[in-house]
Design a protein around this ligand. Sequence first.
Ligand code: ZN
Length: 336
Amino acid sequence: MSKTKFVDFKAVKAAITMEQVLEHYGILDQFKRGTDSLSGACPIHKGSNPTQFRISISKNIWNCFSECKHGGNVLDFIARMDDVSILAAANKAIEWFHLDPEEMSVNSEGEAGNEAPKSGDAPRPTAAKPAPVVENSAPNKPLQFRLDKLMREHPYLTERGLSLETIVDFGIGFCAKGMMAERIAIPIHNAKGEVVAYAGRFPGEAPEGTPKYKLPQGFRKSLELFNIDRAGKESGLLVIVEGFFGCMKLHQFGCRRVVALMGSTMSAAQEELIKRHTDRNSQVIVMLDEDEAGRAGREDIAVRLAKFVFVKVHTFAEDGQQPENLSAEEVKQLFI
Ligand SMILES: [Zn+2]
């Protein structure tokens, strides 16, 4: 009899979080963060009501109160999103998150035809053992192509206050066709300056069901810090913002040592990148958006960074404000 290996669903479920899965789908940003919850429109039935889908972070489960009338764990979620079986979902998760397949499998104990026991006291595989997540060291691969013929001049970019110089400097532009068609393509570089992905921003208010940002499948933004390749070479205050546009805008106003997390949380890999580009005397300003997610994120980030640099948290006076709203004069006063 051949030795059958079964995927240990419990181990896979324990190894990944709903947040990671949402991030994999590039939709984490679309959810509103509560103390122990993420809520938003249901990505499964592609709803629009932002209260119909809820995730419990601590329980690592989700529920759609609307059309799906269903909830479940991370694997159920992947299975529904991709319309596949739970087994296929588990195998996808193992691949996406680089889990160790050995740790994620249990040997068949078989009903009748067990293989000869190798030794009397060999420990039996236990399905419930929490799976250690294999430290994923696989970096995002540098792209082998460039999106050329990007339109540098586009009303959306003007609207957001970017100068042509900034647009050219960051290599962004409107993409007419291909993977990022009808979107503003924003190249993301790794710390070495290699392009590892293009983010595609919908130029304007994204219609229902259309994500604001599109990222390539498999790209892990949690491994990168936008603009670190250039900010890392500058000296002085390091400013950390959430988004591409805030970062580009501050840069335009003369704040050159600025990076974007591409979200309101800081991953371990991003923390490590910041550590590598600072020293014990460095000063860091955490300037996230003045909203629920930003406020939750900045506290956590400040605590973690304070272990190795001087951290200051910037707060905005009014709800909804973000770095992009700062005027050139304000940026100058704050950072330069
Ligand atoms: Zn639903």
